[in-house]
Design a protein around this ligand. Structure first.
Ligand code: EPU
Length: 350
């Protein structure tokens, strides 16, 4: 690997060839990027678009690498987004608007908002990754999704080099999904996200784990900071810290089925954990199904199923992306064999 300032661009744009991506993905999987460019401003992104050689190359956009399974070297121009900055942009009657650079840590952003007396993100504490990645898969936890706290974002179109501002409707948010996972994949770089924190603040306490904390502590009306602390405790108890054990959070989406399918499965497996959705369909707990198939704590090669949460696959040390994918396929087959449900991976597999 070598680092060289490119003659055709101003010196601030650093281009690396054959760069290791191991430390840039939370699974800790080994892979090289043919070309890696770190961007620290919107102007840097535009320099990439106008670069005589990089401009035409297909792009791969990397945030915190927390939702990524690398099974091979990346033969594209990898853009690592390191755009910083966070500020309270505006206070309206109905909301505070906070503007955040795409390269800021999501969790630190949640903490910063609370420190400024701006509650609303506390249920999404400790989600790994960057702010720029948060709209891509519409992150969510404990009853709140990014789309519920989203105002707009700025992104640079990698073909025209123009900045576009998109609101929530334009982002096409769905369950762990948005247009950035679909037709805009690799075509636009998110540079800034504006978060909408509703006023007055209303706590979201409907999740079983939070109800349990309220009962245990006798705190019936928790402050946002208290909810933040509880969420951190709940997550630390059952999700592995990527800094200690490589992982990408939930490996599979929770499948959504029709009432008929749900009834059929309950008929055979009365214990199955399921939740009714507003549109009449049901969401099934993939973690429960994987657990029921006996996978918890099992491994294939150096890839394993986390002991405390079967929905999370982990790198037991030195795993390859191929081992992770082999394990994921074996799990998909056993879940299909027993429940007739095809589990869909949540992270992007490259
Ligand atoms: N369960 C088991 N065994 C397991 C795992 C889960 O029986 O090994 C059961 C649990 O007891 C529970 C049910 O399955 O009754 C659901 O599990 P849990 O509440 O832990 O939530 P989840 O469905 O596994 C989802 C999100 C998480 C998010 C939590 C809380 C997805 C794919 N995952 O997990 O998001 O933190 O709800 O809202 O939607 C992520 O996306 O990376 C992520 C961690």
């Amino acid at each position: 690997m070598h680092t060289m300032p490119d003659a055709a661009t101003p010196p601030s744009l650093l281009i690396e060839r054959g760069a290791s991506l191991r430390t840039f993905n939370t699974f800790g999987l080994p892979a090289l990027a043919k070309t890696l460019v770190k961007v620290q401003s919107e102007a840097d992104v535009k320099k990439v678009v106008n670069h005589p050689e990089l401009g035409r190359a297909p792009k791969f956009i990397l945030g915190g690498g927390s939702n990524l399974v690398l099974t091979q070297d990346v033969n594209l121009c990898v853009i690592k987004v390191e755009i910083k900055g966070i500020r309270l942009l505006e206070t309206r009657d109905d909301a505070h608007i906070v503007e955040v650079g795409a390269g800021e840590s999501w969790h630190e952003t949640v903490r910063w908002c609370l420190d400024q007396g701006l509650p609303g993100l506390e249920n999404m504490a400790l989600i790994p990754g960057t702010v720029g990645a948060s709209p891509v898969q519409n992150i969510g936890a404990y009853g709140v999704e990014l789309k519920d706290r989203f105002e707009s974002l700025d992104a640079v179109d990698m073909v025209t080099g123009r900045t576009v501002t998109l609101d929530g409707d334009a982002c096409g948010f769905g369950y762990r999904d948005s247009i950035f996972k679909r037709h805009l994949s690799g075509k636009s770089v998110i540079t800034r996200v504006r978060l909408r924190l509703p006023r007055p603040w209303v706590p979201v306490l409907g999740y079983l784990e939070l109800e349990r904390k309220m009962t245990e502590t006798g705190i019936a009306q928790p402050e946002a900071r208290q909810i933040f602390d509880w969420i951190c405790e709940v997550r630390r108890a059952k999700l592995p810290d990527p800094a200690v054990i490589g992982n990408a959070g939930s490996f599979f989406k929770n499948p959504v089925v029709t009432p008929e399918q749900c009834r059929d499965i309950i008929g055979r497996d009365p214990e199955i954990v399921h939740y009714p959705l507003d549109d009449g369909s049901f969401k099934l707990a993939a973690g429960w199904m994987i657990d029921a198939c006996g996978w918890k704590g099992k491994s294939i090669g150096r890839a394993g199923v986390y002991e405390r949460q079967a929905l999370v696959l982990v790198n037991r040390g030195g795993a390859s992306g191929a081992e992770v994918v082999t394990l994921a396929r074996a799990i998909q087959e056993s879940v299909y064999g027993r429940f007739g449900i095809r589990l869909e991976p949540e992270p992007v597999v490259v």
